[in-house]
Ligand binder design. Structure first.
Ligand SMILES: [Zn+2]
Length: 447
């Protein structure tokens, strides 16, 4: 299939949408207008086929260069919002802040969501909290039976997410003042901020926050700074987070001063789009040039025919393939070569891309393991970092590796299909594996 045909088929999105109830939108729009958002292009949210809930304008047509939205910074939940939240702050014991138990700003935002959720209607952002989906479809939420039937790269990613979330949760617990809520008497980390609730809130931030450059607005004296392991360059973005991602558009985001008081506004601009977007058609933004692996593991969806997609291989993939393929049964996989590859990080960035072919590192690694006779580091060094033309003899290996990977994904898929009931994450995972197989088959057809 040529580029144009691919482009036509692109952008079919796979996401099992878990939307908040329809009636949650009006209170949010009301609250944002109270905070100073004028909404001149009458943006609203509605359900669209394929994507579920998304944003459109009731009356405006959009073309390249147009502003999609400008939302006052005070509509967002930023580090400044948390610094002003006296009740939330009062739960932390600053004397317990320690350099060995820092947390990410993402985790602090997640805890703030749980805090506001616990306040129910008394929360100043209850209208926003009610728009957050009850479930997310990242593979992290797959039950064990499904996880065991997923390719190792997905499993490893969820293990890493588990480690991060647990570590941050434990550290948060260690800096709290009291064990119980002074209003309702429930125990904070046992009953209110449970680990399960925290996992949900962590992914709410993961999937719904935007990047902001906090130096533009962060107060000089920052209560939470000693607790944070990173700069607080994230914000929860009510309404903005209803925009869906497309690989076909480019958008830019800036915090710009506006009006006589030079108040900061979060401005999203449509940089490029294939054609003008008519009223009531969905407005998409770009979350970045992201692969399907990233979209799926972090956000719980992916896009078929995603122009930014590529397929990565691990060193274990390459090793397994060479051990299983009879063509290479006489090959000696010397440990010196693996040591050299690891030492120079050549096993990073090993991938195939539909338009750009096999990545340089993938070619280097296959060449060293299959075609290079020497095992001496100085020779390996000359080969790996010498003329690229010498590496062109790995076409057969790339082809066989891709076929090998297609077969392993098919095996995973067959095993996965034996499960009679799939979770929402499981349904997306199944389609994701199908898309990987389709992508790799298209790659084989193209070379
Ligand atoms: Zn309470």
């Amino acid at each position: 299939m040529g580029r144009t045909a691919r482009a036509r088929q692109r952008n079919k999105r796979m996401r099992v949408t878990q939307n908040a109830p329809e009636d949650s939108l009006n209170p949010l729009l009301y609250e944002l207008s109270r905070l100073g958002w004028h909404n001149p292009s009458r943006l609203t949210a509605r359900d669209f086929p394929l994507t579920g809930r998304g944003v459109c304008s009731k009356n405006q047509k959009f073309s390249t260069g147009d502003t999609l939205i400008n939302l006052p910074l005070k509509c967002l939940v930023t580090i400044s919002t948390l610094e002003e939240a006296a009740h939330f702050k009062s739960q932390f014991d600053v004397t317990k802040f320690h350099k060995d138990c820092k947390i990410s700003f993402q985790s602090l935002l997640a805890l703030n969501i749980l805090h506001e959720k616990h306040l129910e209607e008394a929360s100043h952002i209850s209208a926003y909290i009610n728009t957050i989906p009850k479930q997310f479809s990242a593979p992290y939420f797959c039950p064990i039976a499904e996880l065991q039937r997923l390719p190792v790269e997905i499993l490893e990613k969820t293990v890493e997410q588990h480690r991060l979330i647990r570590e941050n949760y434990t550290n948060l617990k260690s800096v709290f003042h009291r064990n119980e809520c002074s209003y309702c008497g429930q125990l904070y980390f046992d009953e209110i901020y449970t680990l399960d609730a925290f996992k949900w809130a962590y992914f709410a931030v993961n999937t719904r926050s935007v990047y902001v450059f906090s130096r533009q607005f962060k107060p000089d004296k920052c209560f939470f700074q000693p607790l944070l392991s990173d700069e607080p360059n994230m914000a929860l973005a009510p309404f903005l987070d209803l925009f869906n991602h497309s690989a076909e558009v480019t958008t830019s985001a800036d915090l710009l001063p506006s009006g006589p008081k030079k108040q900061l506004e979060y401005v999203l601009t449509l940089e490029s789009n294939t054609s003008a977007i008519s009223p009531r058609s969905q407005l998409f933004i770009s979350y970045g040039a992201l692969s399907n692996f990233k979209l799926f593991t972090e956000y719980g969806f992916f896009i078929t025919q995603n122009r930014h997609d590529y397929f990565s291989f691990s060193l274990t993939d390459v090793e397994d393939f060479l051990k299983h393929d009879k063509t290479y049964s006489n090959l000696i996989l010397h440990r010196n070569k693996f040591a050299f590859i690891r030492q120079h990080n050549l096993h990073d960035e090993m991938f195939v891309h539909l338009d750009d072919g096999a990545s340089h590192n993938l070619c280097v690694v296959l060449h060293l393991l299959v075609h290079e006779q020497s095992i001496y580091p100085n020779v390996l060094n000359q080969v790996a970092f010498g003329a690229a033309e010498r590496l062109a003899n790995v076409e057969n290996e790339v082809r066989s590796l891709v076929s090998y990977k297609i077969n392993t994904y098919r095996t995973f898929l067959v095993d996965f299909e034996k499960l009679t009931i799939l979770s929402e994450s499981g349904k997306v995972a199944k389609s994701y594996m199908e898309e990987c197989i389709r992508y790799l088959e298209e790659y084989l057809d193209s070379i």
